[in-house]
Design a protein around this ligand. Structure first.
Ligand SMILES: [Zn+2]
Length: 421
């Protein structure tokens, strides 16, 4: 079935070529005459629940594209809820994904994909999803590098208006599936070999390369440094849930810092978070949940994060959220972080477990301390009361001897009186 869909897409490509659509220009991403390049980040669309929800999700995408007219759409995963596949339906993933791909094709906007943890839980593997996506003429998704972990690891250069030199780079590293990170409990992670690959790619760029420190890295599951951002820095936007990060910190952020690879990172995955901020000189952001499938975004409209990169005069990246009603959310600084009055140190539900764990031992410790204090107080009280009792009994035992002494004194005085008389 996938093969027939791919054949159909090749036919579509043929029709596009017949009508004069220039693929070569679509494949060279370029800044426009005004020195601007715009990316719309679609994330967590979760197609596949039912036709009505899928249509509503597609309407969100249409509204965003109508208003923004970007140069590129980057899809940061969970495009389709793979887990909804019933083990029977033929062509499940491809038929859902195709709806979105056809919409993007209608707008003639090129796109690129990185998969989320849920995409490959259905009838297609990550490699098959990549192959299917790449069968569309406007997909800029790059082929899997065979020796690397996961599937979606590539970079897309953005050239100046003449297509001569690369001024900006768009990267993605695949953050994997539901689990499987070595030594990790929780979500998957960017593996060491992917980081080595990115380092090698960066080492090949000369220091004077104009795209150095001018780039964005997209992935699905946020890295652990999002917790540092949340704990230590100002954030702009909505914080609605724990950061459900990659279960092991494999050093991606450190690589970015060391190499000046990019100045922005943007993720999806946490549907109720859409904030951004800067940590150690690197900007980190969440996309806004785009689709109607699955939970969230709580208290927010669906939409998409927009990045507008300017290279004329001064290099500058602006970001905002285009919402499903057509309005823009410029995202205010979060004056109070409502979700946690304490720092988040563990990814997603692990933190809850860890805190319950800590809480449990805190309670045991407090009870123990309480018992010790009460016991020692009672002991002191017992000792004091025993001491008083002893003192009292000593005093009581001393009273008759004193009386005897008084009596004998009286006798002496009486005898003295007798003598004197
Ligand atoms: Zn999701």
């Amino acid at each position: 079935m996938i093969v027939s869909l791919i054949v159909k897409n090749i036919l579509t490509l043929g029709i596009l070529l017949l009508f004069g659509f220039q693929l070569s220009s679509a494949y060279t991403l370029k800044f426009n005459e005004a020195g601007k390049f715009k990316i719309v980040q679609l994330t967590d669309i979760h197609l596949g629940y039912d036709d009505e929800k899928d249509q509503k999700s597609l309407n969100v995408i249409s509204t965003v594209l109508d208003h923004e007219k970007p140069d590129l759409v980057f899809i940061t995963g969970d495009a389709v809820s793979g887990y909804l596949w019933d083990d029977q339906e033929q062509n499940f993933y491809a038929s859902k994904y195709q709806k979105m791909a056809e919409l993007l094709t209608k707008y003639q906007i090129p796109w690129a994909l990185t998969a989320g943890n849920h995409d490959s839980e259905g009838d297609l593997t990550r490699d098959q999803i990549s192959e299917f996506d790449r069968s569309f003429a406007l997909s800029l998704t790059q082929q899997k590098i065979p020796e690397l972990s996961h599937t979606f690891n590539y970079q897309l250069p953005v050239y100046d208006k003449n297509g001569e030199s690369v001024l900006f780079r768009i990267w993605t590293v695949d953050s994997g599936e539901g689990d499987g990170c070595p030594d990790g409990f929780g979500y998957d992670c960017v593996r060491n070999d992917q980081i080595d690959w990115m380092r090698q790619e960066l080492n090949q760029l000369p220091d004077e390369d104009p795209s150095k420190r001018r780039g964005i890295l997209f992935m699905h599951i946020p890295i652990q440094e999002y917790m540092n951002l949340y704990n230590d820095e100002n954030i702009y936007g909505e914080d609605g849930e724990y950061i459900c990060c990659q279960s092991v910190n494999t050093g991606l952020f450190q690589l970015i810092q060391e190499t000046n690879a990019v100045d922005w990172i943007s993720s999806g995955h946490d549907h109720d978070n859409d904030y951004y901020g800067q940590y150690k000189g690197i900007n980190m952001a969440y996309g806004r949940k785009t689709g109607y499938g699955q939970y969230g975004p709580n208290k927010l409209l669906r939409g998409a994060r927009v990045f507008e990169i300017s290279i004329n005069n001064e290099y500058d990246v602006k970001t905002w959220i285009r919402q499903e009603d057509g309005s823009i959310d410029y995202q205010k600084k979060l004056s109070q972080k409502p979700f946690l009055s304490f720092s988040q140190e563990y990814c997603c539900e692990e933190i809850v477990q860890q805190q319950l764990y800590n809480f449990k031992y805190t309670i045991v410790f407090l009870i123990g301390m309480g018992y010790f204090l009460i016991d020692s107080l009672l002991q002191r009280r017992r000792q004091r009361s025993n001491f008083h009792k002893e003192k009292l009994s000593i005093m009581q035992s001393q009273v008759p001897s004193q009386q005897q002494e008084t009596n004998s004194n009286q006798n002496i005085s009486e005898s003295n009186v007798t003598i004197l008389l």
